[in-house]
Design a protein around this ligand. Structure first.
Ligand SMILES: Nc1ncnc2c1ncn2[C@@H]1O[C@H](COP(=O)(O)OP(=O)(O)OP(=O)(O)O)[C@@H](O)[C@H]1O
Ligand SMILES: [Mg+2]
Length: 276
């Protein structure tokens, strides 16, 4: 499998911590895949994403972009950050301009857009992410969910080659989660690789085509969602849970059914029960 970004024997400890957040951590992020990064609180998910964007520097080990080593020099890091877009777990850290419009413009200008191209892109992002009513609002007047939407729109609007999203759906309401998932699919279909950390196992199961599980700074599983969740004992032991859709598929013996087909089966069953 071709990897876009590879972590090879990475060890990283936050300043002052004796216990490393990642220990001899190796992973290959497969090109073009939708990857979910799972693991309990403190397992190392955010650390992986911060290293992947070059915001943290490994104490030991190497990172490779399409097989080429990444050097932690200013020029290389600038390149890496152009190709990757990171949505922080704490979205507040990402919003730096006084208003929504200025904040979105800032990211685009940094990415090299000017003049008409900048205006067109801004309009597109505002429309796609349904931010029309928020565009002139001061950032500090936004709700938590609104702030996260603006930060997400800013990152996703840049359409990076590798999209790194740290618990992006937290605080989004169901309709905004839909908007986000639709946009993420669009970006993925245009060729991007996505890595999303999440505690929402239903979302991970329905969305991802590849799953990584981390525990205590080490990779303990990688594979398809079905390969993970079929191993119920392992999943529960690792503090995760079995997604509802997976449970229903097992119940109906419909391993390859889509969500819609499973819902139809369930509806049929309930109607039958109502008739009897
Ligand atoms: N800024 C920091 N300074 C010191 N230690 C940190 C810092 N950030 C994280 N850690 C520690 O590093 C380890 C990995 O943390 P990390 O934030 O990567 O976990 P996580 O899997 O993202 O957790 P969560 O699900 O809670 O977001 C934990 O032991 C955590 O306490
Ligand atoms: Mg985290």
């Amino acid at each position: 499998m071709t990897s876009l970004l590879e972590f090879k024997n990475i060890t990283f400890a936050y300043g002052g911590n004796v216990q490393p957040a990642l220990q001899n951590f190796s992973v290959k992020i497969p090109i073009g895949k939708r990857c979910a990064l799972l693991g309990q609180n403190g397992s190392g998910k955010s650390t992986v994403l911060l290293l992947a964007n070059g915001l943290l520097k490994p104490n030991e080990g190497k990172l490779f972009w399409k097989g080429e080593p990444i050097h932690f020099k200013r020029k290389n890091l600038k390149e890496l950050r152009k190709k990757t877009g990171l949505f922080f777990q704490n979205a507040d850290e990402m919003l730096i301009s006084p208003t929504v419009l200025e904040d979105l413009s800032y990211g685009l200008i940094n990415a090299g857009l000017v003049g008409e191209a900048l205006q067109n892109k801004l309009e597109q992002i505002i429309k796609r992410y349904q931010l029309e009513h928020l565009q002139d609002r001061p950032i500090h007047h936004l709700s938590l969910g609104e702030k996260r939407r603006v930060a997400l729109a800013g990152i996703m609007g840049l359409e990076p080659e590798l999209l790194l999203l740290d618990e992006p759906t937290t605080y989004l309401d169901p309709s905004q989660t839909e908007v986000f998932l639709r946009e993420m699919d669009r970006i993925h279909q245009s060729g991007a690789t996505v890595v999303m950390s999440t505690h929402d196992l239903d979302l991970a199961y329905e969305w991802a085509d590849w799953i990584f599980v981390i525990e205590n700074g080490q990779l303990i599983f990688e594979g398809t969602p079905d390969e993970l969740f079929v191993n119920e004992r392992f999943v529960l032991e690792k503090g995760l849970s079995i997604p509802l859709l997976f449970q229903l598929k097992q119940l109906f013996g419909a391993k390859n059914a889509s969500k819609e087909e499973v819902l139809l089966l369930l509806k049929g069953l309930l109607e039958k029960k109502g008739d009897s």
